[in-house]
Write a protein that binds this ligand. Structure first.
Ligand SMILES: Nc1ncnc2c1ncn2[C@@H]1O[C@H](COP(=O)(O)OP(=O)(O)O)[C@@H](O)[C@H]1O
Ligand SMILES: [Mg+2]
Length: 363
């Protein structure tokens, strides 16, 4: 049944595409046809007026030939012009699509006026409840207070609401019940742009652009100097990799060839160059092999210093350095507390997981 559905979708798509494409081809062929017609007409006219003149003796056959030759020369730029008009039409269609994209408005109200804060900040969730659809709650009764500069490890089954929680801090969605406070200020009271300036989320999905290494790290922000970029690259441990590139920071990335680990480190460089107050790592290194993951964790621990951080992880080893642990279960807090205390308390669920392995939680 699913196959039928996909094929019927594909059929619709292909049919639309076919209609558009055949129209475009027809138009371009028509333009060519008209151009040849004009050319034929022109040459005929030149001969029709020229031959009698030659017969009369007022011009020589050579002059007539020159006229035909010049007419041919005149046509070349006209053909070129027609070709360019076609190109412009294509560009016009592309610009329409880009404008459409720019015109997309967020449904979130942006009335807050508070500006971004510098340095680490407190994050507090107060009785937060959230659903994507009506009463279907994905998060409920979420209460925690993450003090500035601390790191919280967030664990839970797939679908328990970890990513949703990070999206709410970044305000990709609005919630109706409860509050999220950053440094005591509701996230809605910050201007959306300023709020997002404070926060960086790194996921395992790294989008790279066909641009230089520097542009990929700075997101095309030309105000960031080479020195700052180099320093960030050093901090994430990519200096050796950069030195092996033919044109340094100016190397086009698609040619550079990156391993999964390197592109993940590049994503970290990208995240930390903006010096965010809050960092959220959403299973950022889970795509990598364990050896590379350890390497990255080392880089990350340094980078998290002096920031408030939430680390969503699928390996307990990743969380050995964090200050607090929050375990989510089906959208509710199963356990929350100071990591060291949870380790000491042998009756805690976290201790239990450390003993039997996180697999028990994940299945
Ligand atoms: N954009 C969305 N729209 C509707 N439901 C969603 C959306 N994103 C996630 N969900 C649902 O919310 C629940 C929590 O998902 P998620 O926060 O991604 O969990 P986790 O990151 O812990 O795996 C899941 O049941 C998921 O299907
Ligand atoms: Mg997730």
């Amino acid at each position: 049944m699913y196959v039928d559905y996909v094929f019927s979708k594909y059929h619709d798509y292909a049919r639309n595409e076919y209609q558009g494409y055949s129209k475009a081809i027809l138009k371009s062929r028509l333009v060519t046809l008209v151009s040849f017609f004009i050319m034929g007409l022109g040459v005929t006219l030149v001969y029709a007026t020229g031959i009698p003149l030659v017969e009369e003796g007022s011009i020589t056959p050579g002059t007539l030939y020159l006229f035909v030759f010049y007419f041919g020369l005149l046509l070349q730029p006209i053909f070129e012009l027609l070709r360019q008009i076609q190109n412009l039409q294509q560009a016009d269609a592309s610009i329409d699509r880009i404008n459409e994209f720019f015109a997309t408005k967020t449904v979130l109200e942006d009335k807050g006026e508070k500006e971004a804060l510098q340095g680490p900040v407190d994050i507090e969730f107060k009785d937060l409840r959230f659903s994507y659809h009506e009463e279907d709650y994905v998060l409920q009764e979420i209460n925690f207070q993450l003090k500035k500069g601390k790191t919280m490890g967030l664990i839970g089954k797939t679908g328990s609401g970890k990513t949703t929680l990070s999206r709410l801090i970044y305000r990709l969605y609005d919630y109706e019940d409860g509050e999220i406070l950053i440094e005591g200020i509701k996230t809605k009271d910050y201007s959306l742009h300023e709020l997002r300036k404070m926060i960086v989320i790194v996921t395992q999905q790294v989008e790279l652009f066909a641009a230089t290494i520097k542009e990929n790290i700075t997101f095309f922000d030309e105000t960031i100097s080479d020195e700052v970029v180099l320093e960030t690259i050093e901090r994430v441990g990519l200096t050796d990799w950069l030195n092996s590139q033919p044109n340094g920071l100016k190397t086009e990335l698609k040619k550079a060839g990156l391993s999964a680990g390197e592109s993940q480190l590049l994503a970290f460089a990208r995240a930390f160059i903006t010096n965010p107050s809050i960092v959220i790592l959403d299973e950022a290194s889970s795509r990598l092999d364990p050896a590379t993951e350890v390497l990255i964790e080392k880089a990350v621990n340094k980078l998290l210093e002096n920031r408030t951080a939430i680390v969503i992880a699928h390996r307990l080893e990743t969380l050995e350095e964090v200050d607090e642990i929050l375990i989510l279960d089906d959208g509710k807090i199963k356990e929350y507390g100071d990591r060291k205390k949870l380790v000491e308390d042998k009756t805690s669920y976290y201790s239990h997981l450390r003993e039997v392995g996180i697999e028990e939680l994940l299945v």
